[in-house]
Design a protein around this ligand. Structure first.
Ligand SMILES: [Zn+2]
Length: 393
């Protein structure tokens, strides 16, 4: 298969190529040197060709909020419902050294925990992830399972980050500044946006995580300032039994979706899309934009999330059983994805993609046999913790 790597070009034939903003735009897609080279272009003779048999090929998803090192933790709460995530955070902090499950999760080496967070995202078709916490060294590795947004500023929240205004000021204006905000349904949550704005930290690069407690007037103010919302509905319902009102953000192309970590989130981005769909707040087309092109703009990652010549070939391939990409959102489990492609290379896929990944390793993913790129399989084999549902064969 040496010739494949020499030409480094791949030609998908007989598919449905979907761009989130423009809809179905063609039937063939050519990838060269890790980038999208063209749609509906003629294949040079040397290309490796793959018949998609009507499958949908579209931009891979973008997860706008996760804590990658916290995905080996149990979903955790000590009350049925909180009025404000601050109460949850205080309870968690008080039990960090006493709750046996939390202690066990914390003792796992950071690099192993991060790897599981990256793998979780890759398997769900999310190849670009906004990580909320320091940019730990293992995230820089070119073998990390996904692309992690590396230019960002962040604060945890107004209540845990008294220096949030300084953190905002030190974030370049062309990088996102992310903060958990209005993660509650009480008066405190409703006061947070004004505090952020008074401190000069509500700008066009501000990404409000959660925003459950935002009033209509506050949503209008945030949108007027071109601040965006990262919506994490399953985490919100788990903690607060309520979620954000997202329609206005979506209409302004200022809505992204995040899985949050499994400490509070349901699982992965596909789970989040299911819960998002159930709220019936926005159309499926709008939801599609929120996990692709709109998220890319919000997170200032310009070369992913669209199908255009020259952008990175980060793609997912969905089964041909779906009428459209929008239809599929909320109805997809990770084992349903035909293939996940990062920088033009197949990373995990159904068995029939094996000719595109000759040294792949077979894995069982949630009861279905798949192939996984060899470097990922090797890294997974030596990881000290497992991802539930993933077993090397
Ligand atoms: Zn969070």
């Amino acid at each position: 298969m040496k010739w494949f790597f020499e030409s480094d070009a791949l030609y998908f034939d007989n598919g449905r190529v979907v761009d989130s903003a423009r809809g179905e735009i063609g039937t063939t897609l050519r990838i060269a040197r890790g980038r999208i080279d063209g749609v509906n272009v003629a294949p040079p003779r040397a290309d490796v060709r793959f018949d998609l048999d009507g499958a949908i090929v579209m931009p891979a998803f973008i997860n706008a909020h996760d804590h990658l090192e916290l995905n080996n933790f149990p979903r955790w709460k000590h009350r049925p419902c909180y009025a404000n995530a601050r109460e949850w955070a205080m309870e968690m902090n008080a039990r960090l050294d006493s709750d046996a499950e939390i202690v066990a999760a914390r003792t796992v080496p950071l690099a192993d925990r991060l790897f599981i967070g990256g793998l979780k995202n890759l398997l769900s078709g999310a190849t670009t992830v906004a990580h909320h916490n320091p940019f730990h060294a293992p995230l820089r590795s070119k073998h990390f399972p996904v692309r992690v947004v590396s230019r960002y500023g962040w604060s945890h929240s107004l209540y845990l980050s008294p220096d949030f205004a300084r953190a905002y000021r030190s974030t370049p204006r062309n990088a996102p500044y992310m903060i958990h905000l209005a993660e509650g349904t009480d008066a405190d949550a409703q006061n947070e946006l004004a505090r952020l704005d008074d401190a000069g930290a509500l700008g066009d690069n501000t990404v409000l995580i959660h925003g459950v407690g935002l009033t209509e007037t506050q949503r209008a103010l945030a949108i007027q300032k071109r601040a965006a919302l990262a919506w994490c509905p399953s985490s919100n319902f788990f903690l607060l039994n309520e979620t954000a009102r997202v329609r206005e953000f979506s209409d302004a192309h200022l809505l992204a979706v995040g899985s949050d970590s499994r400490l509070t989130g349901d699982g992965d981005l596909l789970d989040e899309l299911r819960v998002a769909r159930e709220t019936k707040q926005i159309s499926q087309d709008a939801l599609l934009r929120a996990v692709t092109c709109d998220a890319a703009n919000i997170l200032r990652v310009r070369n992913v999330g669209i199908i255009e010549r020259g952008v990175r070939a980060d793609l997912v391939i969905l089964p041909n059983t779906f009428g459209s990409a929008a239809d599929a959102l909320g109805n997809l489990a990770r084992a349903d994805l035909r293939a996940v492609i990062l920088d033009g290379t197949v990373r995990v896929a159904d068995l029939d993609f094996a000719p595109l990944l000759p040294d792949a390793v077979r894995v069982n993913l949630d009861g279905r046999e798949k192939i996984l790129a060899r470097d990922l399989a090797k890294r997974y084999a030596r990881n000290s913790i497992r991802e539930t549902g993933v077993e090397l064969l």
